[in-house]
Design a protein around this ligand. Structure first.
Ligand code: NAD
Length: 455
């Protein structure tokens, strides 16, 4: 095991030189990170294929383009974001300078997850670099090929002292978490999120936790099912369901369920042909452990579509389950695979009650053309984010924060929210020795008894 204390100290020493603070340094690192993507596209796609059998399309759109876009947007806005903010002044500070300075935290740790191993590791890094921090980068060991490639490429493009990459599994991460960081940004499961937070607590290190959970879809009777089913099935099966904001289960009436299942059969054939296993567009499950866990879910309720598995390829067919019970494992645990259970509710009120009886989801999806009903669901539930009449896209909408609430996480990122996450907003008041200001504030000095308080 590497000497993590020495690696973090090296980053701390580099931070102390002040070289990460300048606009020029930050821009240079961001430009180099962009070059990393431009010059290594094929290798990155190959690594993602090796880890998850990701198609080129999904790798480009949902990993590489998202990273490149984040870097470009950050480069455009960086100068603005770095400037001290000048909040409105009240009468009391009329003669003073009031500012919010943007300080980097120092040495931060970014821990990525395996499901989008490039995007989830490097998008937070963009904001951390932009904010002027040194960053220790820890990709997930489960996506082996991607982690190895990140470990090879990052030192070729970024300052090696400021941005070290640590590879390894649980023992290495456990050791790494003993070090003192100034901020920790973690993406992964709720269980490990608790471990990370407990470790951070030792040093009173602030954390962002991007966790998981069960993201429900409320499907209203009135929507255009021709479009809704396509969007839901696509959102569920991207990355074979191994997406933190994948629709986890559907809440709808039995009547809508029947229509949904019939339409879903057509859509699946249209997307993946008569034998989805031979489609190049369906990813595989990342590990045997995950495969065995998912296989168990197929025993819940009744299989309405799919249900086939092939352990040799870690393949699970796109599957819809009906007649599930709230106590079934598939309705208790985050699914994180291509299995979609449907639970029947009679109306939006029942859906709200069901959602609110469980942990707060990372995403809530509402499919409805009734604006009043949509508002009712948005206002009476709590979730990390909401997508109405589409899946996943709220996470890509520029200007929106992305993050969880309650068990689905704390803190948010994307765009300026990432920059702000890795920035300490330092409230600063600057006064001068102007005699008018001094006489206006003279009432604060003792002796107090002669100042004529009126109460
Ligand atoms: P993972 O196993 O890849 O773990 C993530 C990180 O935690 C890795 O760096 C890993 O090394 C480390 N880790 C794992 N076990 C550890 C332990 N016992 N002690 C210390 N460190 C440990 O990812 P995962 O946790 O299986 O990821 C899947 C989960 O992540 C799902 O719940 C999913 O919803 C969630 N997720 C959330 C987001 C989000 O943005 N909110 C994105 C993707 C995934």
């Amino acid at each position: 095991m590497a000497d993590y204390g020495a690696i973090v100290q090296r980053a701390r020493d580099a931070f102390s030189t002040g070289r990460t603070l300048s606009y020029e340094f930050r821009m240079k690192q961001l430009k180099n990170l962009l070059r990393l993507f431009e010059e290594n596209e094929l290798d990155l796609i190959a690594a993602l294929e090796a880890d998850l059998r990701k198609s080129k399309m999904e790798s480009c759109i949902l990993e590489l383009e998202i990273c490149k876009n984040e870097i470009r947007q950050t480069m455009i806005s960086l100068k603005d974001w770095m400037k001290p903010e000048k909040p409105e002044k009240t009468f009391v500070n009329m003669l003073d300078e009031v500012g919010i300075y943007k300080d980097p935290y120092g040495v931060v740790l970014v821990m990525g997850a395996w499901n989008y191993p490039v995007q989830l590791t490097l998008v937070p890094v963009v904001g951390a670099v932009a904010a002027g921090n040194c960053v220790v980068i820890k990709p997930s060991e489960i996506a082996t090929a991607s982690a190895k490639l990140i470990g090879e490429l990052v030192p070729k493009y970024l300052d090696q002292e400021c941005f070290p990459v640590i590879l390894g599994g649980i023992p290495e991460t456990t050791e790494l978490l003993k070090q003192k960081f100034d901020y920790i940004f973690y993406t992964g499961s709720t269980t490990v999120g608790k471990i990370v937070r407990a470790a951070a607590n030792e040093h009173l290190t602030p954390v962002t936790l991007e966790l998981g959970g069960k993201s429900p879809v409320y499907l209203d009777n009135s929507v255009n099912l021709n479009i809704a089913v396509k969007r839901i099935i696509w959102g569920k099966l991207v990355n074979a369901g191994q997406t933190c904001i994948a629709p986890d289960y559907i809440l709808c009436t039995r009547e809508t369920q029947e229509k949904f299942v019939a339409k879903a059969k057509e859509v699946l054939k249209e997307f993946y042909g008569p034998n989805p296993k031979s489609s190049p567009d369906l990813c595989r499950i990342v590990s045997d452990r995950q495969f065995q866990r998912l296989r168990e879910y197929l025993k819940c309720g009744k299989v309405a579509v799919g249900g086939e598995v092939d352990a040799s390829e870690r393949y699970i067919a796109p599957t819809i389950l009906v007649d599930v019970q709230p106590s079934d494992r598939v309705m208790q645990e985050e699914i994180f695979g291509p299995i979609l259970p449907i639970y029947n509710v009679d109306n939006a009120y029942e859906a709200i009650k069901f959602i609110n009886s469980r942990d707060k989801p990372l995403a809530l999806y509402i499919f409805s053309e009734n604006r009043k009903e949509t508002d009712l669901l948005i206002r009476n539930t709590s979730s990390g984010g909401v997508g109405v009449n589409d899946i996943l896209f709220h996470a890509a909408a520029e200007g929106l924060p992305f993050g969880g609430v309650g068990c689905s996480g704390m803190g948010a990122y994307h765009g300026k929210f990432t920059f702000d996450t890795f920035t300490h907003h330092k409230g600063t008041l600057i006064k001068d020795f102007n005699i008018i200001g001094e006489s206006l504030a003279a009432g604060r000095y003792p002796p107090y008894s002669e100042k004529g308080l009126t109460f």
